[in-house]
Design a protein around this ligand. Sequence first.
Ligand code: ADP
Length: 315
Amino acid sequence: MSEILTVTDLKKVYGKGGSLTRALDGVSLSLEAGEFVGVMGPSGSGKTTLLNCVSTIDRPSAGSIVIDGKELTRLKGKELAKFRRERLGFIFQDCNLLDTLTGFENISLALTIKGEPARSIPGKVNAMAARLGVDGVLSKYPYQMSGGQKQRVAIARALVNRPRVLLLDEPTTGVDAISRSEFWTMLRSLRESGITILVSTSYMDEAVLCEAMALIYNGTIVEKGTPSELTAHLGENLYNASADQMYPLLEAVRKLPGVLNSYTFGATLHLVTDATFDAALAYRLLSESGLENVKLYPAKGNIEDLFIRFCVSDK
Ligand code: ADP
């Protein structure tokens, strides 16, 4: 496989003088052809700015973006418009469809702009809509569709142009849980066509649905790998603690020697520890502090732990 998308030391600074916001502070990321990568991070971490720069909607302040061998920051005017039309598809959180056109007309428009002969348009629209499961809503206007249906029609419109790279910025924000799950199943199925997908999300449960994920925080990619690679070592210094009295437990674990961080995890607590942590001593101290039914055992980390580890530093 070869790299199709390479972002190198990308920077984007908003504002002037003393009030600068470094929305991207040196992002580097590369995707091989056919990869399906999720960019996950909390609100304000730089996801939209990154997707906007890669989709050429916004210009970076510094750095480079190479897609399919072309340096995007050097493309201008007609050349840039042609590149976007032929190689890229993008889906935003909203405003993807024209309100005054039906689903069919929205998808047709993309083919018309591309210069597709009129006689072949209906067949292509119907085939793509059927593939994405929205053939039943083609005669509807966007306001008559659910959030999930609108996003699928938008993807159908992006895909009829056969882009090499599909960019999606938080496509499931505001979409209900069942539609979100169906949406991800559909996205994964697109990979069979060899398209490269970069999608951002702030839902932690969605990150694990990608082949690989890049964790972004404060405008920097702090980790990238498969979900299992990223969580593999988390359990080495992670413990699960519970007791009948939750709040006193939280207070007590924070005073234990060797605990670097602690946070609620469902009905229990997770403790991030260092090499000095002694589980037997910790169990004794917690039990002697008046807590009842104390349980303390090693935990297996997941994406939520990873997220907290990188994005929340306070004990
Ligand atoms: P995310 O998509 O992860 O929520 P964004 O990329 O939207 O993050 O924002 C990253 C940072 O850049 C935030 O601090 C945000 O307030 C700031 N930002 C985004 N767009 C602008 C803008 N047009 N002008 C000034 N600051 C902006």
